[in-house]
Each structure stands twice: as structure tokens, then as C-alpha cells.
Design a protein around this ligand. Structure first.
Ligand SMILES: NC(=O)c1ccc[n+]([C@@H]2O[C@H](COP(=O)([O-])OP(=O)(O)OC[C@H]3O[C@@H](n4cnc5c(N)ncnc54)[C@H](OP(=O)(O)O)[C@@H]3O)[C@@H](O)[C@H]2O)c1
Length: 330
């Protein structure tokens, strides 16, 4: 069986999780990893049996055997790191949020197309089979026309200036880190809103901590969304139809169960899926399948989807006047 050779750029928290799932995916081989620190790269490589360990991102890109780079650096660095990969002729899977604004995302997409290289945003929830089936249920009319989406993503992050999450210079904060998920669900189910109301609260250094968002759509449909780095939530997601409701069990963005209620609370139908939560397996399989079939983008999560999602995030930021200073320049 032909496998895809992966490289990982930036060996932080999520890179560990991704490497573990990569090892468990049949069609993938972890061939090289790169950190700004050589000793960290060596330790990571030995933990996940990567053949190569590099103390610089550039050296990883020089490895001719690597087919695709997983970019797992902070949001502030995605644009620059993705462009570096393209200059070296590498395909890219880049973590969410794809960049800091839609202008950067469009430039990344243009460059991928110019160079004939694969590019995808790591919006891994899109490949979750439970979410896909919930959407199929809606499209087959099981709960009537979808009228509203309610979703959140919350956990407690103490104010800690050493954490990426509280660091505006790395484009941390609630919106790009976790708010992007409920916004993704509303976009996946309802498309782009026509109007929005947004309220936000901030850490003392101006990094966004809590957002409450109300989106309006054509025909009076709506999304009620929030994200918080202040308090805990089980993160259930709800899809409300005219005749019923789907509850995606928390945390909905990594769900392996959902329950469908039709007309009443009697006789709920619960569907369970075997996968462990927080699984990158489906996303990795999608990328591998695209590369093996010569596709330059995923049909399930297209580059246009990523542009539109970031346009919504830009609008949210404009509502609350949140900017990332110089990071927004190309
Ligand atoms: N899909 C998911 O479920 C999920 C979950 C969490 C995070 N994420 C996303 O993954 C990305 C990374 O998040 P994370 O939580 O893994 O972050 P993290 O633990 O802070 O790791 C980020 C890594 O980026 C590298 N880096 C390069 N330049 C840096 C700089 N100037 N300052 C700090 N680090 C720098 C560092 O790796 P080296 O030192 O090795 O170079 C660092 O370890 C973000 O886009 C985030 O939104 C996704």
C-alpha cells in the first residue's frame, strides 16, 4: 500500500496529539519533525519514531522525501509558515485558525493554486462521521427545515502571559482558538449569516476571553453561539428543526454520539460511533486520499469554505473592534 510521508512543523501541544494519530493511520508515515530547538525535535522524533529530526523548519523543508507538512505553529505564524512550505514545493495541512484574516487566507490559496500544491485547513471536525450524519439527517428532512443552531466551546484558561492562548502577539484569544468551532458549526449547517450581534470580554492585556454571538440568516433563521476561556461547559451542540432537534453530545466538535428527537421528547434515537474523541484520523485519511488521487483540495472542506469561514471571523472581529496589530499585514 502506498503511504504518504508527513513532516510536522512546530512541536507544541497539538503536534503531539497529531503525531500519535498519524502513527495509527495506515496510509501515513511520520518521516520528519522540526522544532526551533534541535533537542526538542530529537526527543519528539524518538517518542513517535520519526526518521528525521530537525532543529530548523527550513531543514525539514529541504527533505525531498516528505510529501506534506502539517503546520502546527501559532496563528500569528501560519501565513508565513505555509508560504515557506510552498516556496519549498511542499503540500500543506495547516492547523485552524488558517491565518489571522481572510486576506492572508486568500493569498495562501492563490499561492497553492499557482504552485499546483495541495492545501487544506485543519478543520478536523468537518470529517467527524457523527457530525456528517447529523447533517445528513437534516438534509433528509428528519427534523423538518433547520431553523437554528446553538453551540459553544468553553473551558477555563487562567490569565497566564506565558500561554499562547492569552498572548495577542501570537493571535491567541478565544475567537481564533475556540470560537472558530461554534462558528464553523453554524457555517456548516446554515451558511454565511446576513447580520450579527457580538459582545466580548477581554483579559487585562486586551486578548479576547469571552464572546457571545447572535447570527441572523435569510428567512429568520439564527445561530446562538458563544466561547469562553473563563468558564467550563460540557459543549453540547443543538440543531433545531421545525419538527425536532438534534443534540450533538459534548464536546460536540469531537462528538461520537448524537441524539435525535422528532416531534416530542419521547422515543429519542441515539446514534453512537466507535471512534475516540479528539481523533485526527478522519482528517488525516481525507488528506491522504486527496494526495493519493492527485486532488489539490478536499471536496469536503474546500479552500472556498476556509475563505468564507475566515470572512465570518473577520466580521465578528470588526463588530467588537478586535485587531491583532501588525500581524494582519501580509
Ligand atoms: N485541532 C485541534 O484540536 C487543536 C487543538 C489545539 C490547538 N490547535 C491549533 O494548533 C496550533 C498550535 O496550537 P498548540 O496548542 O499546539 O500551541 P503550542 O503548544 O503553543 O505550540 C505551538 C508551537 O509552535 C512553535 N512556534 C513557532 N514560533 C513560535 C513562537 N514565536 N512562539 C511560540 N511558539 C512558536 C513552537 O514549536 P517549536 O518550539 O517546536 O518550534 C510551539 O511549540 C494553533 O493553530 C491552534 O489553534 C488545534
Amino acid at each position: 500500500m502506498k503511504t504518504i510521508n508527513w513532516g510536522i512543523m512546530g512541536l507544541g501541544k497539538i503536534a503531539h496529539k497529531f503525531a500519535k494519530d498519524l502513527k495509527e493511520t495506515e496510509s501515513a508515515t511520520l518521516l520528519g519533525v522540526a522544532s526551533r530547538s534541535e533537542s526538542k525535535a530529537k526527543e519528539f522524533a524518538s517518542q513517535y519514531q520519526s526518521k528525521w529530526a530537525y532543529g530548523s523548519y527550513e531543514d525539514l523543508l529541504d527533505n525531498k522525501e516528505i510529501d506534506i507538512i502539517y503546520v502546527a505553529t501559532p496563528h500569528s505564524h501560519h501565513y508565513e509558515n505555509v508560504m515557506m512550505c510552498f516556496d519549498a514545493g511542499k503540500n500543506v495541512l495547516c492547523e485552524k485558525a488558517f491565518a489571522v484574516n481572510a486576506k492572508q487566507v486568500r493569498a495562501m490559496v492563490d499561492k497553492a493554486r499557482q504552485e499546483g500544491l495541495f492545501l487544506m485547513e485543519g478543520m478536523w471536525s468537518r470529517f467527524n462521521p457523527a457530525l456528517q450524519d447529523a447533517k445528513n439527517d437534516i438534509e433528509s428532512g428528519l427534523i423538518g427545515t433547520l431553523q437554528a443552531v446553538k453551540a459553544d466551546f468553553c473551558f477555563h484558561q487562567p490569565y497566564d502571559l506565558t500561554s499562547r492562548l492569552c498572548n495577542k502577539k501570537l493571535a491567541g484569544g478565544a475567537l481564533l482558538d475556540i470560537g472558530i468551532y461554534p462558528i464553523f458549526l453554524s457555517y456548516y449547517m446554515l451558511g454565511k449569516p446576513v447580520r450579527m450581534n457580538v459582545e466580548a470580554e477581554y483579559y487585562p492585556n486586551g486578548t479576547d476571553k469571552n464572546l457571545v454571538m447572535l447570527f441572523d440568516y435569510e428567512n429568520g433563521r439564527e445561530a446562538i453561539l458563544n466561547c469562553s476561556l473563563q468558564y467550563f461547559s460540557p459543549c453540547d451542540g443543538f440543531l433545531y428543526g421545525e419538527n425536532g432537534c438534534i443534540r450533538i453530545h459534548g464536546r460536540w466538535h469531537e462528538a461520537n454520539t448524537y441524539t435525535r428527537f422528532v416531534k416530542s421528547m419521547d422515543f429519542p434515537v441515539t446514534k453512537g460511533y466507535g471512534h475516540k474523541p479528539l481523533s485526527f484520523k478522519f482528517e488525516i485519511e481525507e488528506v491522504n486520499s486527496c494526495l493519493l488521487n492527485g486532488q489539490l483540495e478536499s471536496k469536503k472542506w474546500t479552500l472556498q469554505n476556509s475563505i468564507e469561514l475566515m470572512e465570518i471571523l473577520d466580521e465578528v472581529r470588526s463588530e467588537i473592534k478586535l485587531d491583532y496589530g501588525g500581524l494582519e499585514a501580509l
